[in-house]
Write a protein that binds this ligand. Sequence first.
Ligand code: PRX
Length: 637
Amino acid sequence: MSYAYQLKSLEAYTAAYKKSIEDPEGFWAAIASNFYWRKTWDKVLDWNFNDYEVKWFSGAKLNITENCIDRHLATQANKPALIWEPNDPEEHHRVLTYKDLHFKVVQFANVLKNNGVKKGDRVCIYMGMVPELAIAVLACARIGAIHSVVFGGFSAQSIADRLIDANAAFIVTSDGAYRGNKEIPLKSVIDDALIGCPFVKKVIVLTRTRIPVSMIKGRDLWWEDEIKKVETMGNPDCPAEEMDAEDPLFILYTSGSTGKPKGVVHTCGGYMVYTNYTFVNVFQYQPGWVHFCTADIGWITGHSYIVYGPLSAGATTLLFEGVPTWPDAGRFWEVVDKYKVDILYTAPTAIRSLMGFGEGPLHGKKLDSLKVLGTVGEPINEEAWHWYNENVGKGRCPIVDTWWQTETGGCLISNMAGVTPSKPTYATLPMPGVQMLLVDENGKEIEGNNVSGNLCIKFPWPSILRTTYGDHERCKTNYFSTYPGLYFTGDGALRDENGFYRITGRVDDVLNVSGHRIGTAEVENAINMHAGVVESAVVGYPHDIKGQGIYAYVIYQGTHGDESLTRKDILQTVTRIIGPIAKPDKIQFVAGLPKTRSGKIMRRILRKIAEGETTNLGDTSTLLDPSVVEEIMNGKL
Ligand code: PRX
């Protein structure tokens, strides 16, 4: 059976899905034939979920930047590849054509090489949303260096942890970054991070905000000076390094249920194929469209659907430096009109926050270029879905609700815009090649429809994570041991009468705050660093805008004095250890925590209290001291 790359009807989707299950290798080989490979594969797939190992397109050789840039030069060299909208609407925007992007990536790739970066080296990138962030990412890929982008909101301590874990000797950063009315001193944060990282050899610093920075001789270099050096070398080319399909492309750290973030590793071949295939199909991308994904490149959404997916498809990708509410809550809509955006891809938390400003900021905005809307990162509530549909899409743009994870590389469950049916709050159907199932607590498959359970996957797709950097055992334990033979997502879901999936949220100790993943253990560790804190327990609770808020129960030993000051001190500690995104929304001081006789904190009870439950707390008979529960309930914030 033949099927097109871009599926245009429900029947085409159904046929492609069927083929992808019956003959996964044939299916993905046909999809992969749409890319530029220096050498094609010897074998499409090797896999084993019991002793986890997956290889896609073994033996194939490629460079992802040749697919994202070079191959478009013959046909669309002068088409905008990247549009950059600065934080300040008064500042000039920038447009880089494919030719410009090629030039800049090659140039910066030569800068990296000049500074001793080699294939396989890890390069940490810590920048705001400027074109040079995408350029640095692609320049790493060009020479086969492994990029590890760290979101610009993480603290020095978090950066240091990631540098040490990846043993990254090179850093690309900027003096500072603008975000709304804030100026973030990135280089100064890097300086703090580097106190404990003497192995870092070079720090390349882009000029952005001109905030004063200290430059250490021999280690710190200005981006602009380094560019001048390669300019005088007179050789503007930088042939792309030939990579094996299974060579790592990047590491991206993400939170799990333990205290330490994991370095999720994606490889060159499978990741390229899957991000492109999902970009083209989920959004039903048409040549000439402008794609605006509002995520930060510091998260997986930015990697896959600002950089690699759209560029490999030859699209125009829009990179926005600012925030949705500055200078006012009409900023997204202004950007959409200014660049005639066709696809808008954002997070439910942004929609809810903009909803809070009412319809005023939408007045006078045309939004008539929009064709497709998307959401990602967390469950979207019905109200936000309808608001997005009516006020932004004017009822004429399909909304794709894309469910996926850092580990999955690309969307796994989503409707395809205008092609497969949508249903508010449902991610709906799996993408071709994705074999979802629901299991009960014992790992037994729950068959049929109108059921709910834990969401697992029984077969690999091309952009599944390959390992967690430096610790393959951890990868096996985290994803493949809860239910042997299955990849466990950590999410719960229900399947309706049509077989559509609705994600209900995490079932492990991971929070989803404003679409960002944060481990409860990570936040607890940070709180416990505060000198006066004896112990803490962190749970999530429903939050109108953030989706989930962070509720911390803290046993505090120091002299209390002013409780609100102590709270501020604790928030300061969390900001210092992780970053402002992990700051608890509520801190309740308690005398004790509900524990089992074996000393395990019963979070289930704490979660219920934080959610406002007063009567039905479930079984408390196994508690060591049931009286603490009452005390905690009485003190609830
Ligand atoms: O709980 C799911 C939620 O976000 C988690 C993955 O987070 P992260 O790795 O940071 O990646 C976010 C961007 C892909 C998932 O385990 N999640 C993601 N998308 C959705 C979602 N929950 C409901 N609906 C979604 N569309």
